[in-house]
Ligand binder design. Structure first.
Ligand code: BGC
Length: 734
């Protein structure tokens, strides 16, 4: 906490009228302003019955929104705007600073999820790098670009633990593990906000984060977006809250409450979670904003009788800002008059918003220099190099019969429309990215100077083009590289799938490629784990390439040719079949662990466990673990083992440490990640690895949300992934 700025926030607050205070709780989303304006409806009618042309409609819309913004900004009725337009931001900021009574600056927020102009891999891909420094470096660049573009607040990182691949937003997450999630949360927060944020200062190269979607949004029933969530209190504290806790304790400035209902209450009206846990417990210093329209949606949830009820309930619960629904600005005046909310409650919210603006230095430097916006426009060599490194490290080799790496003299027949689509490299949430900056797989292979013939043949959603296929069949090529998967629109918000096998006719397409009797490498481009039972059984080589951003094609080419080793490891399990979802390695113990015998926890028509589990990923060499031992001191365990590179190439392994609390007062997971390290070893060499597991990290939260360390038996695992590891048991005293 920066006491000086907190005090200054109080001083500004003391000068504000009630209307101005309410204005600070209002985030305007330009895309939805019109839908709340009557004259907009009139304009739609005029457009529909032909009184105005489409062009005239758009012109009027622009000026309607402009007037709407300007008057409200002048009157101090807007605290924040969702916008990525540096010129417009400067124009509106000038009105706020120079024409409003107190000159309180606007806060421009935007979804800079995995890069602005420099689009990095989707978060689910980047997480596979198991590289904390990389998580931070990509956020630093994204922050710098955002700030250069007039944005000082990003709606990221998304910290939703995601264990159900049907849920489309799993692409925006770090995956299924809370330990990794907390590491990811820490690095993203440091990268976006900069090192001085914890002391209450975010400089002009960084932005404030907005941790989202608080909390449990990823556990939507059936993997269906916006659906109901039920999570036991102990599970909430052990699995879903840790990434938020870590980031808030490091000074994350804002948090977004999800629009879903959790255990009977929409998150934006949950006083215990917003005020008791986040503000009073973890010590959030900035503010909480609702997700888009979430305040209004309390009515549809059946928890508020109308907009005023929703506004009062949310503010009283601890929400500070309303994203886009207009419920708070429209209804707080009356709610105050009738005593449904107190002026102190409003003041508490406004002080937090003002504090965030002060921490960002917006009162002193409210405008974006034109030169920085220009810098942002071109993805320069330095940013490209980082984007390529991130893309290379995100690729996961799922299967390889020795077909990979390819030899440079190999003549390639490349197929699948995804291979030739720069736009599809960006994923679902890169709103400000430009396809013209992105390198497709086809382009990447061509850039490396090898011979490629291209036959589109099959799109994720389309039929097989027979003419293309016939040409491909006749091509003089040594190997087929097929790029299949999902379009970007098949993951992301509102894009849940009930069947997560390869969509369309792609499986048939792959089966037909096999009949051509040529070596086949399959590159996947997708935003979620897929159910790949058939593919794993039939295909010789499968590479998970995700959606890797501007440098995708170059990165994929480097990995296919072995110029770069594949080092990515999955952070979300791939099931054999969709019906296994939610599928995650760290599930709690059942009374009847699944086995071959009938009356155990299993399916009669699908294998048990994941096809490719958490932590899984192959190298072009092999690794083996031996000599696992554990020694105990008063405060920590030291876990040692020998790692051997069993192959003929230098390679990089991600060594993983897991533990199981064998017997405790509540049922615990069968395994929990507790550490990892990346180790590069020359062919046939070995190394002794050491992990330190602090005893303070071996506990768990009980059903009252109390952290407990319980003496007893623990099982320690080290290995290749969450399934393939060595184990040893010991009794631990705390
Ligand atoms: C999403 C948020 C996003 C917001 C603003 C919502 O629909 O759930 O993640 O930050 O829109 O774009």
């Amino acid at each position: 906490m920066n006491d000086r700025l907190w005090q200054r926030a109080g001083e500004i607050l003391a000068q504000m009228t009630t209307e101005e205070k309410i204005g600070q709780t209002h985030q305007l989303m330009p895309s939805i302003v019109g839908t709340f304006d009557v004259s907009f409806e009139e304009m739609i009618e005029m457009l529909t019955d032909g009184r105005i042309t489409q062009e005239e409609f758009q012109k009027r819309m622009a000026s309607l929104q402009r007037d709407y913004h300007e008057d409200d900004i002048r009157a101090g009725r807007v605290g924040s705007i969702g916008l990525d337009d540096p010129k417009e931001a400067n124009r509106l900021q000038r009105i706020a600073r120079e024409e409003s009574r107190l000159g309180i600056p606007l806060l421009f927020g935007f979804d800079v999820i995995h890069g602005l102009r420099t689009v990095f891999p989707i978060p689910l891909a980047e997480a596979c790098a198991f590289d904390p420094a990389l998580y931070r470096r990509t956020a630093e660049v994204a922050a710098r670009e955002a700030r250069a573009h007039g944005i000082s607040w990003t709606m990221a990182p998304m910290l939703d633990l995601s264990r159900d691949a049907r849920w489309g937003r799993i692409c925006e997450s770090f995956g299924e593990d809370p330990y990794l999630g907390a590491v990811y949360a820490e690095e993203k927060t440091k990268g976006f906000q900069g090192e001085t944020a914890a002391a209450g200062c975010i400089d002009a190269k960084h932005v404030a984060v907005c941790l989202k979607h608080y909390v449990g949004y990823g556990a939507a029933e059936g993997g269906r977006d916006y659906n109901t969530v039920s999570i036991a209190k102990s599970m909430l504290h052990n699995a879903y809250l840790p990434p938020f806790k870590r980031a808030v304790e490091l000074g994350a400035l804002t948090v977004m409450s999800g629009f879903h209902e959790l255990n009977g209450l929409p998150c934006s009206v949950n006083r215990r979670l917003l005020t008791d846990v986040l503000k009073n417990g973890y010590g959030l210093e900035g503010f909480i904003v609702s997700d888009a329209n979430a305040v209004q949606e309390c009515i549809a949830h059946g928890i508020a009788e109308g907009p005023e009820d929703a506004a009062a309930k949310c503010l009283n619960a601890g929400l500070d800002m309303d994203m886009g629904s207009g419920c708070l600005p429209d209804n707080l005046p009356h709610a105050l008059e009738t005593g449904r909310i107190s002026i102190e409650t409003l003041d508490n919210a406004v002080r937090r918003v003002l504090y965030a603006k002060l921490v960002l230095g917006l009162f002193d430097e409210p405008y974006t220099p034109e030169a920085s916006a220009v810098w942002c426009e071109t993805v320069d060599a330095e940013r490209r190099a980082l984007a390529r490194e991130a893309a290379e490290k995100s690729i996961v080799l799922l299967k390889n019969d020795g077909t990979l790496p390819l030899k440079r003299e190999t003549r390639i027949a490349l197929t699948g429309t995804l291979a030739d689509s720069p736009a599809e490299t960006m994923g679902a949430w890169a709103i400000s990215g430009r396809p013209s900056d992105c390198v497709s797989i086809k382009q990447g292979l061509e850039n490396s100077g090898i011979s490629v013939q291209y036959f589109p043949c099959c799109a994720p959603e389309g039929p097989i083009n027979e003419a293309d296929f016939a040409q491909l069949a006749d091509a003089e090529a040594d190997i087929i590289v097929a790029v299949v998967g999902e379009t970007s629109a098949m993951s992301g918000e509102a894009s849940s799938r009930a069947d997560i096998t390869l969509p369309g006719e792609q499986r048939t397409f792959l089966a037909r490629l096999l009949t051509l009797k040529k070596p086949l490498v399959v590159c996947l481009m997708n935003g979620r784990p897929l159910a790949m039972q058939w593919e794993d059984e039939h295909l010789p080589a499968i590479v998970e390439c995700w959606q890797l951003g501007v440098e995708m094609g170059n990165a994929v080419s480097n990995v296919l040719f072995g110029e770069v080793e594949p080092t990515g490891r999955l952070t979300a399990s791939f099931p054999h079949v969709t019906g296994q979802c939610p599928m995650y390695y760290n599930h709690t113990s059942t009374g009847r662990p699944g086995s071959r015998s009938k009356f155990t926890s299993r399916y009669i028509d699908s294998p048990l466990g994941a096809l490719y589990p958490f932590g899984y990923g192959l190298s072009y060499t092999g690794f083996a673990y031996s000599d696992l031992s554990v020694t105990e001191t008063e405060t920590a365990l030291t876990v040692s083992c020998t790692l051997t590179n069993t192959g003929a190439r230098t390679g990089t392994e991600t060594a993983q440490l897991y533990m199981q609390d064998v017997c405790a007062s509540i049922v615990r997971p069968v395994k929990e990640l507790k550490g990892f390290q990346k180790v590069t070893l020359a062919a046939s060499s070995c190394k002794t690895l050491r992990f330190t597991l602090s005893k303070s990290e071996m506990g768990f939260y009980d059903d009252e949300g109390v952290y407990r360390l319980e003496d007893g038996e623990f099982r320690i695992y080290v290995g290749l992934n969450s399934r393939d590891c060595q184990a040893t048991n010991l009794r631990v005293r705390f």
